[in-house]
Ligand binder design. Structure first.
Ligand code: MRU
Length: 328
């Protein structure tokens, strides 16, 4: 199944609970906006494109569960649901992008309550379907950058679990392998929530793609020894001057520069933020208890970092490969 989808029978949002992987593959259903927000905050659904789809379906769910008596009242409720869902995670632009796209579509049409619900759901389904098509195109473009024999390092999980399906960074790897290229993957564990060791290794193993797991701090050692040919990561937001992605990405980029290893970012153009710069973006800080072993130890636990654009060799999008500097 897709990582996230609309359950048309139950009229709920159905998703793979990523907090249970790799031990257990289970789907859960969100029946209220509160349960959806909780699922996003706790990373049951995670990854920029997947939370975008969650936000889009969230507007449809808000319309589905509303007891508003008039279309005007319903639209006010949808605005409020949009604000709630949008406030769950600040860094990935895809969440706001998808929510705004659905809200813009519903508000641009007048209609009955039922018509508003149908419009919201159609737009959310369009976003989810587009995500897969977009990722396949990113894969096609990105596959041209990989050669047989390459060992490719990736950080976090930018695979099908982070999207509706296929994946961005892992989508490039899937496409290259589908094209007959033989590629080895190195997955960084991605402390503290281990999206690499729990999710990337799981989804690549499911597809029988060769993957070796390392600790985050082993990456530099392997680069120095000439064991990494290329690095591909996803992105949560791309501004003119930086790429925001999982904490640790910046460190890999500096090491890649030092060792002259190509550093690629694979992301849909919906991840590009043309209106802001690095300094404007809020980096999500997560619960200290994700790190803390000893009570009362002060903790700083940012979920993302910013990689300066000059550290990036190329950005692989569905529209083609962009070579920095970027000019929006
Ligand atoms: O905190 P997460 O697990 O949502 O972080 C995810 C990432 O950093 C991914 O690399 C990014 O969203 C790109 S996913 C295609």
């Amino acid at each position: 199944m897709r990582t996230i989808e609309w359950n048309s029978e139950n009229k709920t949002i159905q998703m793979v609970d990523q907090t249970l992987l790799p031990q257990e593959y289970r789907t859960i259903e969100c029946t209220t906006i509160e349960s959806l927000c909780h699922a996003i905050i706790t990373l049951k659904v995670r990854g920029a494109p997947a939370i975008g789809a969650a936000g889009a379906y969230g507007i449809a769910l808000a319309a589905q569960t509303s007891i508003a008596e008039t279309p005007e009242e319903l639209l006010r409720e949808l605005e409020s649901a949009a604000r709630k869902i949008n406030s769950t995670r600040p860094t990935a632009i895809n969440l706001a992008w998808a929510i705004n796209r659905v809200m813009k579509t519903v508000t641009s049409k007048t209609g009955t309550k039922q018509e508003i619900l149908e419009t919201a759901l159609e737009e959310a389904e369009a976003i989810a379907d587009e995500d897969i098509r977009t990722n396949k195109k990113i894969g096609e473009h990105g596959a041209t950058l990989l050669q047989t024999g390459d060992t490719v390092l990736t950080h976090c999980n930018a695979g099908r679990l982070a999207c509706v399906d296929w994946g961005t960074a892992l989508g490039v790897i899937r496409s290259a392998i589908n094209n007959g290229k033989e590629i080895q993957i190195i997955a960084c564990e991605t402390r503290p929530l281990n999206q690499g060791s729990r999710l990337t290794t799981w989804e690549l193993s499911e597809d029988k793609i060769p993957v070796t797991l390392i600790t985050d701090s082993t990456a530099g050692h392997l680069m120095r020894r000439g064991k990494i040919d290329k690095i591909i990561v996803g992105a949560d937001r791309i501004t003119e001057d930086a790429v925001f992605n999982k904490i640790g990405t910046y460190t890999h980029s500096v090491l890649a520069k030092e060792h002259k290893i190509p550093f690629y970012v694979a992301a849909p153009t919906s991840t590009i933020d043309r209106n802001h710069h690095e300094k404007d973006i809020t980096i999500e800080e997560r619960d200290p208890d994700e790190l803390r072993y000893l009570n009362n130890i002060p903790v700083y636990n940012p979920a993302f970092d910013a990689t300066p654009i000059e550290n990036i060799t190329a950005i692989i999008t569905e529209k083609g490969i962009l070579h920095p500097p970027l000019t929006f």
